[in-house]
Design a binder for this molecule. Structure first.
Ligand SMILES: C[C@H](C(=O)O)C(=O)SCCNC(=O)CCNC(=O)[C@H](O)C(C)(C)COP(=O)(O)OP(=O)(O)OC[C@H]1O[C@@H](n2cnc3c(N)ncnc32)[C@H](O)[C@@H]1OP(=O)(O)O
Length: 563
C-alpha cells in the first residue's frame, strides 16, 4: 500500500531538500525530528503554509540577519555596513534621512536641520556609490526603506551597481515602496495615490522583466502597528494593501507567477509573545489562500508570503533602557517561532536616538544568541499543534477576515472574504474591489481613525494599570544610569551641502535638464518611466530635482483634515 499521508508527503520533500551541515540535537545531545505533526495535520512547506514555507524550516537556511542602519553621510553609513557584515550580519538594510524620504535634496530649505539625522543623506548616484563602496551588490541582498521616492532612489542604486560593474539583472534585495501604508500610517508620500500607483506599476513591471530576484515591494504592517493598531489590524490592513498591489499588477496585464514573488512583507514583532506568533502564522495562510483562490497563482513561490520582521520600537522604554534588550530578545524569538525570513532587532537606545555602535552590536548578537545557542532552529514551526497557538491563529485570522469585509464594503463591493469565486471574477473583470476599498478608506481617514481608536484604548488601559510596562507604570524604582547616546553633528549637513554644490558644478547641466524633461514627457504617456528615470540618474540629476519635476507635473498630496 502506498503511504500517502501529509506526513509522508512532507517526509519525501524533506529528503529531497538541502539541509545545512549542522548539529540538530538538543544541548544535551538528544535527537529531534525536523518537524512534528500527525499523519494528516498540515506540515511545514505544505499549502497554505501556516507552518512555514519550507519542509526544512531553518534547517535548510536560517533567517537573514538584516539590521536596519543609516546615519550621517554615505561615508559614515558605509563604515557601519562594513561593521555589520564583518560581525555576521547577513544582508543590508538602508535607513534614509528625512529629506531623502521626502524626496528633497540636502540643500532644500525644508531639509534644514534634518540632514543625516534619522538615516543617511542620499542626494545622487555619487552618494549611492559611496554608500556601497567595497560591498558587492551582486552578492549581498540590500533592502532600502523608502516609499514616496522609492523609484528614483532604486534607479540610483541600479546606476551605482552598473558603475561598479555588477550585472544588474542579478541584483537581489527589497525596496519598501509601500505607498498605501504611507497614507494609512507613516505619512511619507509625495503625490496623490494615482501617480504613485502608476510608478509602482512601472517598477513592478520592470523588476519582473529585468531584475527577477529583486523584490520591488515590502508591504509593511510595521508602521501601522507602531502607530497604535492592534495585531489583527496590522495583519488585515497590510494584507489588504498587498491585495491592492496584486490587483495593480493584474490590471497592468502582468503575469502573477512572475510578479507575486516580488511582493514581500514586513511586520512588527510586539511584546505579546503568542499573539505575534499567531499573527505570523495566520499571515502566511491568508495570503496563500487569496493568491491561489482569488488571484489564480499556481506556483508555490507566487503563493508564498515571505516577510521581514522588526522588533517593536514602540515597546522600548526610555526608563530603565537596559530592559529593552530583554524585550527585544523576546520579540525576536516570537518572529523566529513565527517563521520570519529576515529580522531586525532594535538596539536598546533606539527610543532615545540612533543606535550607538555598542548598542547596535548587542542587537545583532541578540539574534545570534537565538540562532546559535537556543536550538529553536532545529525544528520547523515548533509551536504547531499547540492548542493555544492554533486557536489564537484561527482567532486572529477571523478578526482579519472581518476587517477585509469592511474594506470590501467601503469600496462598494457586495462581496465578503468568503466569496472567493466571485472575488476572482470581479478581479478578472478589472473591478479591483480591494483597491477601491483601500482608496475610499484612505480618503475618508477610516484607517487612521481605526488605528487612533486602538491606540486610545491601549493608552487608557495603561493609565488604568490594566496593561503594564516595567519601569513605566510598575516597578519604577531603578539604579540604571543614563545612556551615552549617539548624536549626528551639524557638520554632516554643512559638508553634504558643500559636496552637493561641488557635484552640481561638475556635471553637464544641459544633459541633466534634457534627461529630466524626457522623463516628465514619458510620464505623460502610458509608457514605463523606469528607463527615462535611470537616464536622469545617469546624468547625475539629484533626487530633489527628479521629485520636484514630478511634483510640478502631478501636484502634491495634502491629507484631508479630520476632527
Ligand atoms: C521601521 C523602519 C522605518 O520605516 O523607519 C523600516 O521600515 S525598516 C524596514 C526594513 N525592511 C527590510 O529590511 C525588508 C527586508 N526584506 C527582505 O529581505 C526580503 O523582502 C525578504 C523578507 C523576502 C527576505 O529576503 P532574504 O533574501 O533575506 O531571504 P529569503 O527568505 O528570500 O531567503 C533567501 C533565499 O533562500 C531560500 N531559502 C530560505 N529558506 C530556505 C529553506 N529552508 N530551504 C530552501 N531554501 C530556502 C529562499 O527561497 C531564497 O531563495 P530564492 O530567492 O531563490 O527564492
Amino acid at each position: 500500500m502506498v503511504d500517502d499521508t501529509a506526513r509522508s508527503r512532507w517526509q519525501a520533500r524533506y529528503e529531497q531538500s538541502r539541509v545545512r551541515d549542522a548539529d540538530f540535537t538538543t544541548l544535551s545531545g538528544m535527537a529531534v525530528e525536523p518537524a512534528y505533526g500527525t499523519d494528516e495535520s498540515e506540515w511545514p512547506g505544505q499549502f497554505p503554509f501556516t507552518r512555514g514555507l519550507y519542509p526544512t524550516g531553518y534547517r535548510g537556511r536560517t533567517w537573514t540577519i538584516r539590521q536596519f542602519a543609516g546615519f550621517g553621510n554615505a561615508e559614515q553609513t558605509n563604515e557601519r555596513y562594513h561593521m555589520i557584515l564583518g560581525r555576521g550580519g547577513g544582508g543590508l538594510s538602508v535607513a534614509f534621512d528625512m529629506p531623502t524620504l521626502m524626496g528633497r535634496d540636502s540643500d532644500d530649505p525644508k531639509s534644514l536641520g534634518e540632514v543625516g539625522h534619522c538615516g543617511v543623506a542620499i542626494d545622487s548616484v555619487a552618494d549611492m556609490e559611496t554608500l556601497f563602496r567595497g560591498i558587492d551588490l551582486g552578492a549581498v541582498t540590500t533592502s532600502m526603506t523608502i516609499s514616496g521616492p522609492a523609484v528614483p532612489v532604486f534607479c540610483m542604486m541600479i546606476v551605482a551597481a552598473e558603475r561598479a560593474g555588477v550585472d544588474t539583472s542579478t541584483l537581489n534585495g527589497t525596496l519598501q515602496t509601500d505607498i498605501f501604508k504611507e497614507y494609512i500610517a507613516q505619512k511619507e508620500w509625495l503625490f496623490t495615490p494615482e501617480p504613485h500607483l502608476r510608478l509602482i506599476g512601472d517598477l513592478m513591471e520592470y523588476c519582473a522583466e529585468q531584475i527577477p530576484d529583486y523584490k520591488p515591494l515590502s508591504v509593511s504592517g510595521y508602521h501601522i502597528r507602531e502607530a497604535g493598531s492592534t495585531a489583527a489590524q496590522e495583519l488585515a490592513f497590510t494584507l489588504a494593501d498587498g491585495f491592492g498591489y496584486v490587483e495593480l499588477g493584474l490590471s497592468r496585464g502582468l503575469d502573477i507567477e512572475k510578479f507575486a514573488p516580488g511582493l514581500s512583507f514586513f511586520f512588527d514583532a510586539h511584546v505579546d509573545f503568542f499573539e505575534e506568533i499567531a499573527k505570523f502564522r495566520a499571515a502566511r495562510r491568508i495570503w496563500a489562500r487569496w493568491l491561489r483562490d482569488v488571484y489564480g497563482a499556481q506556483t508555490e513561490k507566487a503563493q508564498w508570503l515571505r516577510f521581514h520582521t522588526q522588533t517593536a520600537g514602540v515597546s522600548l522604554t526610555a526608563q530603565q533602557p537596559y530592559n529593552n534588550v530583554v524585550r527585544t530578545g523576546i520579540e525576536a524569538l516570537s518572529a523566529v517561532l513565527g517563521g520570519t525570513n529576515s529580522l531586525h532587532t532594535n538596539a536598546l537606545d533606539e527610543t532615545l536616538a540612533l543606535p550607538s555602535e555598542q548598542a547596535a552590536e548587542i542587537a545583532l548578537r541578540t539574534q545570534q544568541v537565538i540562532m546559535e545557542e537556543t536550538g529553536v532552529v532545529n525544528v520547523a514551526d515548533p509551536l504547531g499543534g499547540s492548542w493555544y497557538v492554533e486557536a489564537l491563529t484561527d482567532q486572529i485570522e477571523a478578526e482579519a477576515n472581518a476587517i477585509f469585509d469592511r474594506i470590501l464594503a467601503m469600496g462598494g463591493s457586495p462581496l465578503t472574504h468568503a466569496d472567493t469565486e466571485a472575488l476572482a471574477e470581479a478581479t478578472r473583470a478589472g473591478e479591483n474591489p480591494v483597491t477601491r476599498g483601500l482608496l475610499r478608506g484612505i480618503e475618508d481617514g477610516w484607517f487612521m481613525s481605526e488605528i487612533a481608536e486602538a491606540a486610545f484604548q491601549y493608552q487608557k488601559a495603561l493609565e488604568k494599570g490594566d496593561k503594564r510596562i516595567v519601569g513605566v507604570n510598575c516597578h519604577e524604582h531603578s539604579v540604571t544610569h543614563d545612556l551615552e547616546i549617539m548624536r549626528v553633528s551639524h557638520e554632516v549637513e554643512v559638508e553634504q551641502v558643500r559636496l552637493l554644490a561641488e557635484r552640481r558644478a561638475g556635471r553637464d547641466e544641459a544633459a541633466v535638464s534634457a534627461a529630466i524633461e524626457r522623463m516628465v514627457a514619458v510620464g505623460r504617456t502610458d509608457d514605463n518611466m523606469m528607463e527615462a528615470m535611470l537616464d536622469a540618474c545617469r546624468a547625475e540629476a539629484t533626487l530633489g530635482e527628479i521629485c520636484d519635476a514630478l511634483r510640478a507635473e502631478w501636484g502634491e498630496y495634502r491629507e484631508p483634515a479630520r476632527f
